[in-house]
Design a protein around this ligand. Sequence first.
Ligand SMILES: *[C@@H]1O[C@H](CO)[C@@H](O)[C@H](O)[C@H]1NC(C)=O
Ligand SMILES: *[C@@H]1O[C@H](CO)[C@@H](O)[C@H](O)[C@H]1NC(C)=O
Length: 846
Amino acid sequence: METISISKSILLFLIAIQLGCQLISSSVTYDGKAIVINGRRRILISGSIHYPRSTPEMWEDIIMKAKEGGLDVIETYVFWNVHEPSPGNYNFEGRYNLVRFLKTVQKAGLYAHLRMGPYVCAEWNFGGFPVWLKYVPGISFRTDNEPFKRAMKGFTEKIVNLLMYENLFEPQGGPIILSQIENEYGALDKKYGAAGYNYMTWAAEMAVGLRTGVPWTMCKQDDAPDPIINTCNGFYCDAFKPNKPYKPTLWTEAWTGWFTEFGGAVHKRPVQDLAFAVARFIQKGGSFVNYYMYHGGTNFGRSAGGPFITTSYDYDAPLDEYGLIRQPKYGHMTELHKAIKRCEPALVSGDPTVFSLGAHQQAHVFYSEFGHCAAFLSNYNTANATRVMFNKMHHTLPPWSISILPDCSNIIFNTAKIGVQSTRMSMIPDNSQMLSWESYSEDLTTSVEDSTFTSFGLLDQVNVTRDASDYLWYITSVDVGPSESFLHGGEHPKLLVQSTGHALHVYINGQLAGSAFGTRESRRIKYKNTIKLRSGRNKIALLSVAMGLSNIGGHYESWETGILGPVVLYGLDQGKRDLTHAKWSYQVGLKGEAMDVVSTNGMSSVEWVQGSLIAQNNQPLTWHKAYFNQPNGNEPLALDMHSMRKGQVWVNGQSIGRYWTAYATGDCQRCHYSGNYRPTKCQVGCGRPTQRWYHVPRSWLKPTGNILVLFEELGGDPTRISLAKRSMTRVCADMFEYRPNNKDWLTESYGKTQVIHRPKIHIQCNPGLLISSIKFASFGTPFGTCGNFQRGSCHAPSSYGVVSKRCIGKESCAITISNSNFGQDPCPNTLKRLTVEAVCAPTSRG
Ligand SMILES: *[C@@H]1O[C@H](CO)[C@@H](O)[C@H](O)[C@H]1NC(C)=O
Ligand SMILES: *[C@@H]1O[C@H](CO)[C@@H](O)[C@H](O)[C@H]1NC(C)=O
């Protein structure tokens, strides 16, 4: 008995140890150096992928590409407005299936950082808040306000409970290692004074009280209370320090590019600068970097924030809007991640020792107690390369760059030297046609009869629509006496309409008289023009169009939208007539919306007219529909909308988003990777439509008989709408030769090399495509960038022949860069490179 009970207690003791170990082995904590998972400090590379900005069918592919790109963590916000469309009614289906998204992350073997907000900003409609929240009595957003705090707590608990139930937090065996409460509140906090501080500390306590078992973060919140970790967002974060020495240095938004607004140019961020920014952060002791965005995706439906955020949320991210790999951004960052990971044992061991190597050059060196040594050699000079001496060796550092030496002696990566191929993606028109166009005109006369209500004076648009539609009609009438002098040869009257946004169409007696548009900077718009009135009753109908509700700014929930006046008629015999306080009729939304003409059922409830009749007239306020078959292949698809002007488009009842052929203004002249980045620095697309192509997910299509419906506000030619396939059409590779007395060649390599071997270029087309021709090939001293390479003074005449023979007709090819491969040395004693631009084209088998 005695012995048994002893062994029993030993057994219990062992079980207890086992349990203890388990507790330790599945925990997430942190210290002053890093996030600690299972007792181990980690350098973590993370990327933002927002689940509603792609389809569930795309998630696995995107997440696997992120993993192959060297990511450990996937970050997403949680979007309250899609999950709780009306109070207490929840939606976690389809693109909103957060649990499925997180399980896909888990299946890929990655971690998750869940930024619950629930304020998310994110260029998302109303910053992620449901619009109904604004109408909760007594509410005031993001401050010490009971109704707001009650609602915020309710939603946060709802999400935490859901994810706990699904065992998705790391201590439960799930992927979530970090959560964020609130979002970039620091600046407002200071502005709101005590109320701001009280709210912020309440939010922190509320979050910690949910006992998720993983640490919480607050970004851009210098005074985040313990145990919450304050983190940095920005283009560079190497100057950032957390507010306590026992908190790790985390970068929750490393901006890979910038968002686009209609009428603006598209922003690009050079990968050399992004890599430099990340390396700067890591060398200063940072241990977590999240790319915002790693995959930006699409603002489907009316989810774009605003106003005027485009439907594309591409963000110049390593994975493009369509989920395709963007090179060289993806590959160069992948090589950086590998280089950082090779330094991890030294990086997590302690703070760096910093040595000066010159006026603008430094070495950051990390040592571990086990003898690891890793070094980052930086050159901050924006114009000049510099030769530095480190660890008894000479190294050349290009301007604005960092070289990484995981063993303190060999450079395996330099942020400014791209060793991966570049690709160029194009939208290739597909020859499948849009069939049997039909149109349906928003009938203005009957619309008026259906007016929902009348009121004296002008009302705030969102208060009337509750954002159920972008559209609100403001309709009034003006009686004109037969004796008015403008009817007898005098000057016609002018109408002034002032609106708080976002777009305005003016209809006089059923005819479009003109339009006015705001901008993101100035939401105020003013229409002032001569109008044609007639004797008797005239109908003035103003269509106000919302283009995404504001997602940022102090108490943006109180900002008004729509026509708030004054509305004044000038030039009548009596002088001016102020219509601001007249009797106005209001109609929420369009007739086609009320009839749900985008759905299969609703479509048959209106009279459609054969296309050619209406299309010729370029009619405004018109619905159009057509059928199309799914193009073959598996390339992502997009609608080319350049023949249309402004509206919304649906495929099989799913909203593709708002379209607007607004032309981009801005400066697209200058771009150099070196020097501090800002979004206006490297713009493209000036003078062209800001957005021409609109992503149509393949999973929304059937093989045949797909229905396209669009609503056009201004008029256009729908018969010229077509589908395009996004494919990689060009591949470029560019690399230096090896020279025995020049160790720098390693920096040009893929960064995998430890044993010396001769560098090779690799050219790879996407699956299903073959190298059909070589547009450029030069072994010598070529220069330029992918798409416009040129021969230099040194060029091996055999270059083109050698490359063509190796590559044409193949999906991929590799060529070793050596003189013997090109017959003879075209210019002895000159450092040469091999540069190739290849064309990829579909295979034409059978
Ligand atoms: C780069 O070098 C040139 C030539 O030596 C010099 O004139 C220039 O000032 C340098 N630029 C910087 C930013 O150091
Ligand atoms: C919304 O409209 C109602 C009814 O017209 C009005 O009483 C209320 O003050 C409005 N609220 C806001 C926030 O504009």
